[in-house]
Design a protein around this ligand. Structure first.
Ligand code: NAD
Length: 437
């Protein structure tokens, strides 16, 4: 009996539901039922946990869904026809030409740099994930423009190692012009994950592939004036401190500079970082003030102009796109070869950082006055306090280093550059073209 009782002890806690019987057969059945019930119970628990985890994890993720991440999964590439296009676009057509992989080629700066390289006979292959941070139809229009001059843009993400390795297998790029990034200062508060994805993880992934490429390419990449952050010493010089970023965007660009140092130090990659100062011009970025001020002034909408504490002026060192392009090409042309091979450093390699600005900051209210004259429309100005969401009060580049080493000499003033932008804007968005924003 005591033996039987010990069997019963194993039955889960609802003895009233069991009819006690002394038959061993019944006891065995009871034991079997008990095990089955336990097994079923724990299976359901386990299944339930998996379902809870599966359905809850996306919404409990603190980082919002990243459009560029989605794009990583959906692009198609490869095949003989695709490889042929890649090869043809990257073919060098001039003596002493270089072959350049331009990341972010459907972007504002990327389009201009790719077109300029192609014009002088260099081989150019673009790479872009066409994310929807701003109107992708503008990126498609830039793509069509490049297509007409013989530049193919591969659709893909810089986080896609297999794609990058394939590109280096098909073409022995001598240089990489790395411009793909999540740009914009304020959007970082909305979608921080996209900055980590493109500016940090994507950059590391690109460098990982470059370090194993044979030969290793020289890399020129876009940092930003935003690394100067809360620095108050002007004009900003490359030697100034950059440890007080005012936005996550700035922090990821600063991280990029440190990552560049590491890959140069360990693997012998030749790396040049360019700190661009507020680039503007035709085919520009709709999220930038000069662009959306133009749109809103034309629509009769009021525009917000920021001022700092005590009516302090907010000013930017606006730099015209053609000047930036010259700086980029000069950086590529003066870049020394990387020294590593097989993923190993074979000697010291070049590591540089340059400011590419205009050395003439202009108050944002003056920018608006120029636009009013060019558009022949008065702006509805709404003066507001500069919010603490990433913007800094002013930027001003000291460009003497770039002048000395790259022969960089910006030559377009804001009035002249905005005139060219407005002309482009009016022709692009008129004649049945979609309205901006
Ligand atoms: N325009 C400026 O005033 C300015 C100032 C400082 C620094 N920069 C830097 O210069 C570079 C170019 O800027 P822009 O103004 O041309 O910006 P942009 O947004 O027009 O161009 C960036 C391009 O990169 C692509 N991209 C983003 N993430 C990608 C990814 N993970 N994989 C593949 N493609 C990706 C985008 O689709 C876009 O076409 C960026 O690195 C930016 O941070 C620009």
């Amino acid at each position: 009996m005591s033996k039987q009782m010990s069997h019963l002890d194993n039955i889960p806690s609802t003895p009233g539901k069991f009819k006690m019987d002394k038959s061993p057969y019944i006891h065995n059945r009871l034991r079997w039922h008990s095990s089955l019930a336990k097994l079923t119970f724990w299976s359901f628990m386990f299944l339930g946990l998996i379902l809870i985890f599966f359905f809850r994890s996306p919404s409990s993720n603190p980082l919002p869904q990243d459009p560029s991440r989605r794009s990583l999964r959906t692009y198609n590439w490869g095949g003989p026809a695709w490889e042929k296009r890649v090869r043809s676009s990257a073919r060098i057509r001039s003596r002493n030409g270089i072959s350049v992989l331009v990341t972010g080629a459907a972007g504002f700066v990327g389009t201009h740099v790719s077109a300029a390289l192609k014009r002088r006979g260099d081989g150019v292959l673009g790479l872009d994930n066409f994310n929807d941070y701003y109107d992708p139809s503008l990126k498609r229009a830039r793509q069509a423009l490049l297509e007409r001059s013989g530049v193919f843009i591969v659709e893909g993400d810089i986080n896609d190692s297999a794609l990058l390795r394939k590109l280096f297998e098909v073409v022995a790029f001598t240089h990489v012009m790395h411009l793909a990034a999540q740009a914009g200062v304020r959007y970082a508060m909305e979608n921080p994950g996209s900055y980590v994805h493109s500016n940090i993880a994507g950059f590391v992934n690109l460098l990982e592939v470059c370090k194993f490429a044979n030969p290793q390419p020289a890399i020129v990449w876009a940092s930003s004036s935003s690394v100067y952050g809360l620095n108050t010493k002007v004009p900003f010089s490359e030697r100034d401190r950059t440890d007080q970023p005012a936005s996550l965007y700035a922090a990821t660009k600063k991280a990029g500079e440190e990552i560049a140092h590491t890959y140069n130090h360990i693997y012998g990659l030749s790396l040049t970082g360019l700190r661009f100062f507020t680039v503007y011009g035709p085919w520009g970025r709709p999220d930038m003030a000069y662009f959306f001020f133009t749109r809103d002034i034309l629509k009769g909408k009021s525009i917000s102009i920021f001022e700092a504490a005590n009516h302090g002026t907010v000013a930017r060192d606006f730099t015209y796109i053609d000047d930036i392009v010259k700086g980029c090409l000069a950086a590529l042309d003066t870049a020394e070869k990387s020294t590593g091979s097989g993923g190993k450093k074979k000697g010291p390699a070049q590591l540089r950082v340059f400011n590419l600005g205009n050395t003439s900051p202009v108050p944002v209210s003056d920018l608006v006055s120029i636009l009013e004259r060019l558009l022949k429309v008065n702006a509805k100005r709404n003066i507001m306090k500069l919010p603490r969401n990433g913007d800094v009060q002013f930027t001003h580049a000291n460009i003497s280093l770039a002048q000395r080493e790259l022969g960089y000499k910006p030559s377009t003033d804001l009035q002249t550059g905005l005139k060219k932008f407005v002309r482009w804007y009016l022709s692009y968005y008129s004649g049945g073209k979609k309205a901006a924003g």
